[in-house]
Design a protein around this ligand. Structure first.
Ligand code: FA5
Length: 343
């Protein structure tokens, strides 16, 4: 091919190259080791000497023009990129406070309550553990005695990943599984964090909300120990005796299992949309750890027993601050969050 024809086809192609990757591909196609220009240059040896010099000059000219067009277009793209980017900012710097806009950041109410609870549990000898938001079927379900196909899995509407194995954790109970794998009894820990469920929202239900898991394993633990810790916790949070009721509750990973409800502090037990007109709010499901779950965790249920609980943190926030709609908590509305004192 004549170098001028090659240049023409390059000009047509570079018109439609609108990304840097496309330019790189063009560069390789025309100027690369195995590119079209090198093929022409390699063929020079086969030409008659008088043709060789002339063809060599034309090919080199073409090479320089192609290289120049590519770098020109790359520079254009760099400039366009810089124009669309926001100016660089160091977000770790304290912002300048302008007169009349003296708003400073504070902690989110869910963070405030979480930290307060952590302090209470640390004072009772608990450790704080963490776990990933993206879990697998084993940690979220199987090791908690929800075998595949078990109807109790339907209690928690789940966001699955396409691989059918990974999911957004539906509860913090997975931290029980991770804690047991890491520790030898006796131990006690809490695991706070965000959990996710594919469910319709209403004044007391969100799709992403917070829980705090708790687990204690030792020799000779029984329901009386569980109730003692739950009462201590609620008294410390509310600073007064709150009305609670304990009723049977089913969770495959505890036996016996309970629902601990708190008298709704929004309507003082009269009934409102938050408590679904019952006067009570489900806050703290709990129970004695199922022997099979202890065995999965490598703990001998004939020697050790344990209790576990899963506190709904957002609902606790609602009761504590008198918030009548859980959806406000994640709304990102500054007039809402700025009402809470810094910790
Ligand atoms: C559980 O998630 C169990 N893992 C709790 C548990 C742990 C039981 C250890 C026994 C032993 P449940 O689905 O009920 O259970 O949720 C626990 C708490 O999270 C509820 O009491 C409630 O306070 C809160 N909660 C549940 N669903 C939502 C939701 N959609 N929005 C806000 N809070 C919720």
């Amino acid at each position: 091919m004549q170098p001028e024809h090659l240049f023409q086809s390059f000009v047509t192609e570079i018109e439609t190259a609108d990304t840097k990757q496309a330019l790189e591909r063009l560069k390789a196609k025309y100027l690369g080791k195995k590119g079209s220009l090198n093929t022409i240059l390699k063929g020079l040896g086969a030409l008659a000497p008088e043709m060789r010099k002339e063809m060599g000059q034309r090919a080199n000219q073409c090479k320089h023009r192609i290289a120049a067009r590519i770098s020109e277009k790359t520079e254009q793209m760099d400039r366009a990129e810089q124009e669309t980017c926001l100016p660089w900012q160091d977000i770790t710097l304290t912002p300048a406070i302008t007169a009349g806009t003296d708003k400073t950041a504070g902690f989110h109410p869910a963070t405030l309550i979480q930290r307060e609870l952590e302090d209470i549990f640390i004072s009772m000898g608990y450790e704080i553990l963490d776990g990933p938001h993206i879990e697998d079927d084993y940690h979220n379900f199987e090791a908690l005695n929800f075998p595949p196909g078990h109807p109790a899995r339907d209690m928690q509407d789940t966001f699955w990943f396409r691989d059918g194995v990974h999911l957004l954790r539906t509860h913090t109970s997975c931290i029980q599984v991770r804690g047991m794998a890491e520790k030898k009894p006796p131990f006690r820990f809490v695991g706070p964090g965000k959990v996710f469920r594919a469910e319709a929202t209403d004044p007391s239900h969100e799709m992403a909300f917070h829980q705090m898991e708790g687990m204690m394993v030792d020799k000779g633990l029984c329901v009386a120990n569980l109730i003692y810790f739950m009462k201590e916790l609620l008294n410390a949070v509310f600073g007064t005796n709150v009305d609670v009721r304990l009723r049977p509750g089913y969770f495959p990973f505890v036996e016996p299992g309970f629902e601990l409800d708190i008298a709704c502090l929004i309507c003082k037990g009269k009934g409102c949309p938050v408590c679904k007109k019952t006067g009570w709010l489900e806050l703290l499901p709990c129970g004695m750890v199922h022997p099979r779950v202890l065995s999965y965790g490598g703990i001998d249920p004939d020697i050790h027993s344990g209790f576990a609980f899963g506190l709904g943190l957002d609902r606790l926030v609602m009761m504590r601050y008198g918030i009548d709609d859980i959806r406000l908590i994640h709304s990102g509305d500054l007039s809402f969050v700025s009402q809470f004192a810094a910790y």
